[in-house]
Write a protein that binds this ligand. Structure first.
Ligand SMILES: Cc1cc2nc3c(=O)[nH]c(=O)nc-3n(C[C@H](O)[C@H](O)[C@H](O)COP(=O)(O)OP(=O)(O)OC[C@H]3O[C@@H](n4cnc5c(N)ncnc54)[C@H](O)[C@@H]3O)c2cc1C
Length: 388
């Protein structure tokens, strides 16, 4: 590869979103370069770790509708690579039955005819042993939900991209972007040029966008990824089809507790809180706040009697939050050949294949396959105030 070479597209950031975007571009025979600042694989961004939840249960129809095709695309990648990436477990949604948030989850499942089961306080423990349903809480199960094998998925999509002729360059940090009809991308060691650039830099998005004169309202938070030991090994095991779960709390959709059955560390369930503490991605480990763990301990003591209420393993990951928790999928407001995929707000992994398709479409000037109005940058720009 010569640094003078001109690419059809350069994708910056080889997390789940950049890797799927690069793969989609290579499938369309576009000459594509995927740049990653760290040596791969790494654990410093948002896409590492062995598992993520995949679900159609959402508060908004547009996510549920995108997930229809997304399940297909995950299955397609599994077939193409001959690798298993998804395991069906179902997703149990619990929350104050009358709360707007819980009702929105349930209504979306009903309206989109997603296979679901409603549990009542009478039959709950028959179906879900070892969990206490709080008084006043409702419970529904999104049947087709399950677990995605995250690290394996990332490795697979990057390999498929390379098999299609794509160039993946890790240990190559982008230090400057010069917009223009041909965009110039400078890295720690070279200079590249491309007709279009896709920025999928996760928590580092604003650090890169500064080179293009843009600052998005993104907040990076550190999440303590906690694993809780089972008192009786196997009680919450993926092999026994124990489901993933989400506990919606209050009226704020941002605030929830979620968990995945024991899988990566035998005899330990992964349970996390969705609100983290603000951090700088380059100094993540200096953030040592554990108030989310206190909240989890209280919840586990109350509702998961089969777990020791003390985390046995704590790892770190980051969310990049937007003010409304919806993604950013858009052209740069000034430079149309710079595309931005950012602010995945802690729920973007499952959408990887469809985000890749959409960012590829935007970079090629094609009409996007879905209505992207919920994801536009203009929603953050000041709206004119009505005249008094
Ligand atoms: C604890 C936790 C649990 C989650 N659970 C779920 C879940 O159950 N289901 C779900 O759907 N989603 C989940 N998510 C969210 C999901 O994992 C993220 O939305 C997704 O991984 C974001 O991917 P990304 O590609 O945008 O970011 P990243 O994975 O961070 O990728 C960005 C990449 O860009 C690189 N980069 C940055 N700057 C530069 C530069 N200057 N030059 C070169 N490279 C650069 C970074 O090194 C990084 O590799 C979870 C996230 C966390 C943290």
């Amino acid at each position: 590869m010569s640094a003078q070479e001109e690419f059809d597209c350069i994708v910056i950031g080889a997390g789940v979103q950049g890797s799927f975007t690069a793969y989609q571009l290579a499938q369309r025979k576009r000459r594509t370069l995927l740049l990653e600042q760290f040596v791969l694989p790494h654990t410093r961004g948002s896409s590492h770790g062995q598992t993520r939840i995949i679900r159609k249960a959402y508060e908004h129809d547009f996510y549920t509708q995108m997930m229809e095709e997304c399940y297909e695309l995950w299955a397609q990648l599994e077939r193409e690579a001959g690798v298993k990436l998804y395991r069906q477990t179902g997703l149990l949604i619990m929350g104050p039955e009358k709360s707007t948030n819980f009702q929105m989850f349930r209504n979306t499942l009903v309206n989109n005819k997603v296979p679901m089961v409603t549990l009542t306080s009478d039959n709950f423990s028959q179906h879900i042993p070892n969990v206490v349903l709080a008084a006043g809480d409702g419970a529904v199960v999104d049947v087709s939900a399950g677990v995605l094998y995250a690290d394996r998925a990332l490795k697979t999509v990057q390999e498929q991209f390379q098999k299609l002729g794509g160039i993946l360059q890790d240990n190559e940090k982008v230090t400057d972007i010069k917009p223009g009809p041909i965009v110039t991308v400078t890295t720690s060691s070279r200079v590249f040029r491309a007709k279009s650039v896709v920025i999928t830099a996760g928590p580092w998005a604003n650090k890169l966008l500064v080179h293009t004169g843009l600052n998005l309202p993104l907040e990076v938070v550190k999440i303590n990824v906690c694993y809780w030991r089972e008192k009786v090994p196997g009680s919450y095991d993926v092999k026994r089809r124990f489901p993933c779960f989400i506990l919606t709390e209050g009226e704020e959709s941002k605030e929830h507790i979620y968990g995945l059955p024991s899988n990566e560390y035998p005899g330990m369930m992964k349970i996390c809180y969705s609100i983290g503490s603000r951090t700088d991605p380059d100094f993540r480990d200096q953030q040592t706040n554990r108030s989310d763990i206190d909240i989890l301990q209280r919840y586990i003591s109350r509702c998961f009697p089969g777990l020791f209420p003390e985390p046995a393993v704590v790892e770190s990951c980051m969310y990049t939050m937007t003010p409304d928790s919806h993604f950013i999928l858009d052209h740069h407001p000034t430079y149309r050949n710079i595309i931005i995929g950012a602010g995945f707000s802690g729920h973007g992994f499952k959408f990887g294949p469809i985000i890749g398709k959409l960012l590829c479409e935007l970079s090629q000037g094609d009409a996007p396959s879905y209505d992207l109005s919920p994801f536009q940058i203009s929603r953050f720009l000041d709206k004119p105030k009505p005249a008094l």
